[in-house]
Design a protein around this ligand. Structure first.
Ligand SMILES: [Fe+2]
Ligand SMILES: [Fe+2]
Length: 307
């Protein structure tokens, strides 16, 4: 009873819950699920852009993209480490991902068809990730909140990187501008889907808000992202593919069209354009890397014995 009251007081006072503190089983399970899903998204998210490293248009673009994809691997590591403080083993989480028992962000189940996609992913996908993640710097679980501070700094660099690439393409040829527009047309709606189902259908939101794991609802964050993106699109000179997108002075926000929730649920349930390919690639990489893990473990054991 005392422990439970202490936990509730910690959360209510906006203090952080730390690994050794008592916490309800549901709180721990919710965090493990959310952090694992987040970690998997960082790692799977390396694939769509990694696809273009060998075909970057210049050495400069290759170095930038390589660094960006490497950052995402780092984000995955911080997050798996945060999950470990809750008793969730990284190996176990990876196995669940490969077996399809844990999810990752559905955005990464869409293919990257042109180099403009590298810019649009930086601008819109990393941009949506920032909207989702900045409030998580104040999430109630300490190790998760601290990991997010560094992740967010790097994500905002990624977004600028994408925007700069698009600005360069938009000041290029007619064909380059058309590539950017075509890419925006494909990524805009899936980016809006990154905030998850509408609040009315989001089963975990209410409890997560009470525990201060989540700080804003899906629809609030989605609105924030739309309002942020509209002036950026105008500055870039691209059209967002939504005829219903219009400023609503009364609400002080942009109204926008209905998301295709049938597509959203299809992709979430595994029937997106690249779901099978992404998981298969991850499975193969994990198996191919087994010798590295074995060698590292053997080396650590040897050092321990020597000490
Ligand atoms: Fe990331
Ligand atoms: Fe990123």
């Amino acid at each position: 009873m005392d422990l439970e009251r202490e936990f509730e007081q910690t959360v209510a006072a906006d203090h952080r819950v730390e690994p050794r503190d008592w916490m309800p089983d549901g709180y721990r399970a919710t965090l493990v699920r959310q952090i694992a899903q987040h970690a998997h998204s960082e790692i799977i998210g390396m694939q769509p852009e990694g696809n273009w490293i060998s075909r970057a248009p210049s050495l400069r673009r290759k170095a930038i993209l390589l660094a960006k994809v490497q950052d995402e691997a780092g984000h995955g590591l911080y997050l798996y480490a945060a999950a470990e403080t809750l008793g969730a083993d990284r190996e176990e989480l990876t196995e669940k991902l490969i077996a399809g028992r844990q999810k990752y962000s559905s955005i990464f189940n869409y293919p990257t068809l042109t180099y403009a996609d590298v810019g649009v992913i930086g601008w819109l996908v990393d941009g949506a990730a920032i909207c989702n993640q900045v409030p998580l710097c104040r999430t109630s679980y300490g190790p998760y909140a601290r990991a997010m501070i560094r992740v967010c700094k790097e994500e905002s660099f990624h977004q600028r990187q994408g925007y700069e690439l698009l600005m360069t393409m938009m000041s290029g040829t007619e064909q380059q501008r058309a590539l950017v527009q075509e890419s925006v047309d494909r990524w805009w709606w899936p980016s809006l889907m990154m905030f998850g189902p509408p609040d009315a259908e989001s089963s975990n939101t209410e409890q997560s808000m009470l525990w201060r794991i989540k700080r804003h609802t899906n629809d609030e964050l989605r609105q924030r992202f739309v309002d942020m993106s509209v002036p950026q699109a105008a500055k870039l000179g691209v059209t967002l593919p939504d005829p219903h997108l219009v400023w609503n002075a009364e609400r002080g926000h942009h109204d926008f069209g209905e998301i295709d929730w049938t597509e959203f649920w299809q992709v979430v349930k595994g029937a997106g354009p690249c779901n099978a390919q992404r998981v298969e690639h991850r499975r193969k990489a994990h198996e191919d890397g087994a010798w590295v893990r074995e060698a590292a473990t053997a080396y650590a054991r040897k050092k321990e014995q020597a000490a």
